[in-house]
Design a protein around this ligand. Structure first.
Ligand code: HEC
Length: 219
């Protein structure tokens, strides 16, 4: 193949790749978490993973393109490097929930929850429940859970109880309500867990307790 032909072939391939990977990146970044199954699609449910992958891909392609244009014969290499980089980063971080996150969502030893006025905690909890700055992906708890949406029937049981997501992704047999708040913080919300013993955690826990009662009472 002549240099010129090779270059054209590469460019059209790159633009094809770009067309595929841009929507893919959006899917990964926005919905790395599958709301219907609660599954994180085998990717670690954190913003870093989505970002790592997006950056890896974008960088790889930009590099490939630049090299391809500059020197006809280096195209293949640029592309291969870019791809390998993107994939490796995605994979390295995509092996499920890390041991430290699994630990972070469990009540620490000797833990005493923050104590405060219930009405005040509920009011703050409601605010936090609707606050999408709590997540790293633009979601708020309410994005998924307005009007009792997305909960499974286990939500009706007294805590601690079995929760599918807790067992599947965090290896927990039983989950306390504050642990459930932490699980949703780190998995669907792709954020750091709240500080144990913090007013914020107590507030979200108290608010979701009220939500649970509504869910139980729902006909
Ligand atoms: C992207 C959607 C999503 C977001 C955002 C989200 N959750 Fe969840 N949440 C789920 C899913 C899915 C389940 C069901 C998990 C299961 O039962 O296996 C769930 C379940 C729960 C449960 C009930 C578990 C049970 O059965 O006892 C609580 C409580 C909860 N979430 C609280 C929260 C809080 C608090 C936030 C915000 C910090 C939040 N969630 C954000 C998806 C989400």
């Amino acid at each position: 193949m002549s240099k010129e032909k090779k270059r054209k072939a590469l460019l059209s391939k790159l633009s094809r790749n770009l067309m595929i990977s841009v929507p893919m990146m959006t899917v990964v970044a926005v919905a790395g978490f599958n709301i219907h199954t609660g599954s994180n699609l085998g990717l670690i449910p954190s913003a870093e993973a989505a970002q790592g992958e997006a950056e890896g891909e974008a960088k790889g392609e930009a590099e490939g393109e630049a090299k391809g244009e500059a020197e006809g014969h280096a195209e293949g290499e640029g592309e291969a490097e870019g791809k390998a980089e993107g994939e490796a980063e995605g994979e390295a971080e995509g092996e499920g929930v890390s041991a430290s996150l699994k630990k972070a969502v469990r009540r620490p030893e000797g833990y005493t929850p923050y104590q405060g006025d219930v009405a005040e905690l509920r009011a703050l909890g409601e605010k936090l429940f609707n606050d999408n700055s709590l997540s790293s992906n633009g979601l708020s708890c309410a994005t998924c859970h307005t009007n009792g949406m997305v909960y499974l029937d286990t939500f009706k049981n007294q805590y601690p109880h079995f929760v599918a997501m807790g067992t599947r992704d965090f290896g927990m047999d039983m989950v306390h309500l504050d642990e459930m708040v932490q699980i949703c913080m780190v998995a669907p919300m792709a954020a750091e867990p709240l500080e144990w013993g913090s007013k914020e955690l107590a507030a979200l826990t108290e608010f979701t307790r009220q939500e649970q009662q509504k869910y139980i009472d729902k006909p």
